[in-house]
Design a protein around this ligand. Sequence first.
Ligand SMILES: Nc1ncnc2c1ncn2[C@@H]1O[C@H](COP(=O)(O)OP(=O)(O)OP(=O)(O)O)[C@@H](O)[C@H]1O
Ligand SMILES: [Mg+2]
Length: 254
Amino acid sequence: MAQVIAVVNQKGGVGKTTTSVNLSVFLAALGKFVLLIDLDPQANATSGLGINHSAADKGIYEVLSGELRFRDIIKSTVQEGLRIAPATVSLAGAGVELVGVENRENRLASAIQEVRGAYDYIIIDCPPSLGLLTINGLVASDKVLIPVQAEYYALEGLGQLISTINLVKENIKSELEVLGAVLTMFDKRNKLSGEVMQELYKYFPDKIFRSIIPRSVRLAEAPSYGKSILHYDSNSKGARAYERLARELLDLEI
Ligand SMILES: Nc1ncnc2c1ncn2[C@@H]1O[C@H](COP(=O)(O)OP(=O)(O)OP(=O)(O)O)[C@@H](O)[C@H]1O
Ligand SMILES: [Mg+2]
């Protein structure tokens, strides 16, 4: 049965998608079967893996609405072992449309049962909000991975994120656990990054990944070519960092 990991932070631009895509690619490259679910209407994980998503295409929205099943929308990627459940623009309306629907927080959790047996890991790239899509992501998951950008305001909102995770735990999914925080866009020349690290330890005393993701132009460039860092520049420091993160995750043996 797959371990389902939601990549969540309601703060925008902290590296959720970069982490979801590259962690998924390296887990697959290390021999695991991985499904990446793009749960963000921006569809950055989808386009970042070079998947074309025209308005006519079907994606995770149709799964949430019950119109299609996972097997109808899953696509293969250039990385052996990695598949993607793409997002399309229709997903932008899902938050509103699901509001009146029964079991609206459980839509993804129910649908995911069908594919859990076929993968080792299912990684969910969540949008930058704590709205219904992210709640669906959390309820469908076993673990939460929280990318935190190494910058001054990065810790703002972490309290709210942790309360939301606790609410989901108390009311819907008692097994949900924080897997850990990953520091992203770390610049060792910047003294601030060290301070953010110290503060972060207060939020996640023993749950910070040792693998730290450096700020790297190559990581930022890769999505514009529709490539993961492994396929764009496998020798870059960003690639090595995400490979270390993937190995660290595997070492946890969850
Ligand atoms: N380690 C890094 N070094 C340099 N640039 C990075 C790094 N990680 C991410 N970026 C860039 O920063 C921007 C935001 O990253 P990303 O899209 O992964 O964040 P996000 O949290 O998914 O954003 P959103 O909240 O909009 O979904 C992107 O342009 C990305 O290419
Ligand atoms: Mg994103």
